[in-house]
Design a protein around this ligand. Structure first.
Ligand code: PGA
Length: 267
């Protein structure tokens, strides 16, 4: 059985004090949730304080991004060793807000807003290798825009993004990583992907992992759903056979709603 992973992606939200207060509020709400892994991904500046506040609890801390070089003349970047130094165990890689279809930001593309920072598939792949090399658990995000879905390209997009992200990754490493199916049109819109469809696409990703690494890896790898996951739809999504957790944005910003999602995974 795969242990569900419920991860809160705080994006560009919360000061250090707010992050620490959140951990203190969340702790008692999730103290009895054995069998579910809990992760918080604050902004870089709040990572160390959040990790300290979470020490000795069942709450883990992850970065929202990283650069693949360990150190050097890379202004504005953060590396895997520095995430580890701050107390991280995980890192989100290739979130749609970090990607860009043409390697350039496309925040204004009508209907497809959401890929902002221009990460290419090749950059996602390098970041994944850096995370694995340093022992961070990567959460690799894949997902289609509304335009790509309307064109009937959903499966091709997630298959291609999965294959590109995993290029050069060994089978032994692949079983430990986490993939997240995040349809871009469902992120921050309140428009959740219907659970049957979310499960189906997670299944497509699982089959892709199986094609690359075999049946055992496909069964071991965890695949989250993300995109307007909330307390009122979490149980339905998390009850599906191919969905092994959630990557939660907006609903992870309040301790009580995030705790409800965690409890839905336990049920
Ligand atoms: P959302 O974000 O839950 O606010 O839609 C999910 C994500 O971007 O990971």
């Amino acid at each position: 059985m795969r242990t569900p992973l419920i991860a809160g992606n705080w994006k560009l939200n919360k000061t250090i004090d707010e992050a620490v207060a959140f951990v203190n509020e969340l702790k008692p709400l999730v103290a009895d949730t054995a069998g579910v892994e809990i992760l918080l991904c604050p902004v870089f500046t709040a990572l160390a304080a959040t990790a300290r506040a979470a020490q000795g609890t069942n709450i883990q801390v992850g970065g929202q991004n990283l650069y693949w070089k360990d150190s050097g003349a890379y202004t504005g970047e953060v590396s895997a060793p520095l995430l580890l130094d701050a107390g991280c165990t995980h890192v989100i890689i290739g979130h749609s807000e970090r990607r860009g279809r043409f390697g350039v930001p496309e925040p204004d593309l009508a209907g497809d807003a959401g890929r902002v920072f221009g990460d290419t598939d090749a950059a996602v792949n390098r970041k994944l290798h850096a995370a694995l090399q340093h022992g961070l658990v990567p959460i690799v995000c894949v997902g289609e825009t509304l335009g790509e879905r309307n064109d009937g390209n959903t499966d091709t997009i997630v298959q291609n993004q999965t294959r590109a992200a995993l290029e050069g990754v060994e089978a032994a490493q692949a079983t430990g990583l986490v993939l997240a199916y995040e349809p871009v049109w469902a992120i921050g819109t309140g428009q959740t992907c219907e659970s049957d469809e979310a499960d189906r696409v997670c299944g497509v990703i699982r089959v892709t992992v199986g094609e690359l690494y075999g049946q055992a890896a496909a069964e071991a790898v965890r695949i989250q759903y993300g995109g307007s996951c909330k307390p009122d739809n979490a149980a339905d999504l998390l009850g599906r056979p191919n969905i092994d957790g959630a990557l939660v944005g907006g609903a992870s910003l309040k301790a009580d709603s995030f705790a409800q999602i965690i409890r839905a995974a336990k049920a």
